[in-house]
Design a protein around this ligand. Sequence first.
Ligand SMILES: Nc1nc2c(ncn2[C@@H]2O[C@H](COP(=O)(O)OP(=O)(O)OP(=O)(O)O)[C@@H](O)[C@H]2O)c(=O)[nH]1
Length: 429
Amino acid sequence: MKYCRQEIYYPLLVVFTISLMLWQQFGMNMSLNYPVDQHFNATALNDDINGGASVGTLKVNDANVTLHCKTVNSHTFPFCSMLIPLKAKLKQYADLSKFDTLTIDLTTVDLRRDTVLIYLLNNEQDLPNGNDRISHTRANIQAINPTIGRAQYQLALNQFYVPSWWVFAKPYGIDTGARLDNVEYLQIATGDNRSLKDLEITLHAFSFSGKWINARDLYFLLLSLWIASIVVHAIFLAGKMRNKYIISKNKTEELNKINSFLSIERDKYKTMAKHDPLTKLLNRAGLSSTLSTLMSEFSHSSKAASLIMFDIDHFKQINDQHGHDVGDQVLVSISQQVAEVIRGQDVFARWGGEEFVIVCPNTQLKGACVLAENIRSLIANSPLIEQQQVTSSFGVAQLNSANIDTWFKRADEALYKAKMNGRNKIEFS
Ligand SMILES: Nc1nc2c(ncn2[C@@H]2O[C@H](COP(=O)(O)OP(=O)(O)OP(=O)(O)O)[C@@H](O)[C@H]2O)c(=O)[nH]1
C-alpha cells in the first residue's frame, strides 16, 4: 500500500501528464464544418443599408456561392458582403469560444489589391440599449490578404478584434475585446480600398476547428493537479514525520524513565552493597576504599592513623533476655550515639555482629584511646535497656606497617585483652 502510494503515484502522474499533452497536441480535435450546397443559406448585405448604392448579388450553386460586387462611390463607405447565418447549422447561435481556427475556402477574382474582411457577428442580448439586431451585435473582424484564384485561408480566432469604427458607431459604447461565444453570422465583405470595384468572391466551404481542451487550459489543469499532488504529499509526509517524532519522543521519555529508575536502583544496590541494612553504617566493603587510601598514604609519607575496634559485652545475654528485637535496637542506638561523637574525618563501620570499628585518619594512638574512652563511657552511661547497663570493650591500634590485616589483628588482640581483663575496658597495641 505504501509502495503503491509513493513509488507508483508520481511515475503514473508523469505518464498521465505526457499522455494528455501528446493527446492534446495530436488529437482531441473537434470541428464544425459548413460545406456549401444548393440549399446554402446566405444573403447579400451591401452599403445601401448605410445609404450607399453599391450592388452586390449572390449566386448559390451546387458547391459554392458567389458574391458579385460592383461598388459605387457615394458619401458612405462602399462595400458588398455575403451574410451567412451560423444558427442555421446549430440550434442556438454558434459558441466558437472553444475553437481555435476558421478555415475558409475562397476564390477571389479581380480584387485590385484589396483585402477581404471576415466578420464574426456575435449576438449579445446584454449589450446596452437598442432593440434592433445591430445594437445587440458585436462585430469581430479580421482581414485576409487574398491571392487571386482559389485558396484556403486559416484565421486564428484569437486574432479577431472589434474595429474602432464599430466601437464608436455605438453611442452607448462597447468594450473592444473580441467575443465569440454566441456567433450569429459569418460575414464576408469587400475590403477597405475605396477605389471602385467590380469583382467576385466565391465561397466554397468554411469550417471551425479546435481542441476539446486548449493547450493553455490543459497546462493549467495539469499544473493544478501537480501542485495539489505535491501539497497533499507534503501534508502526508509532514503528518508522518510528526507521528514518527511523537513516537520517538514517547520512546525517549519511556527510556529516560527506565534509565532514571535503573540508576536509582543501581545507586540503591551500590549503597546496599556498602552499608549495613540495620544500622545504616558502612559495612566491611564500604570501608575498603578508606583503608586503601590510608595504606597508600602510610606507604608514601607514614601518615598516622589509628583503629578502634569495639564489641558490646555479653550481647548474647541481651538477646536471650530481652529478645532479638531489643538486641537490634541496642545496636542501632549505639551506632547513632557513636556516630554523633566521632569527628568528621573518622570513618565508622559495623564490622560484623555486635562488633564495630572506627578508622581515625591523622590520629596517634593516644588520641584514639581518648576517643575510645569517650565512647566506652558514653555507652556504659546510656540507658539502652531498662534496669540494665550495657557496656563494651575496646582494642586500639595505631597503624605501623602498610598491612591492613596486621593492623586489624593487632586491634582485635587488644580487644580480646580488654575482654579478658574484665570487659568495659580499653586496651591498645
Ligand atoms: N539482635 C542481634 N543480635 C546479633 C546480631 N548479630 C549478632 N548478634 C548476636 O550477638 C551475639 C554475640 O555473642 P558472642 O559472640 O557470644 O558475644 P557476647 O555474648 O557479646 O560475649 P562477649 O563478646 O564475650 O562479651 C550472638 O548471640 C549473635 O546472635 C544482630 O544483628 N542483632
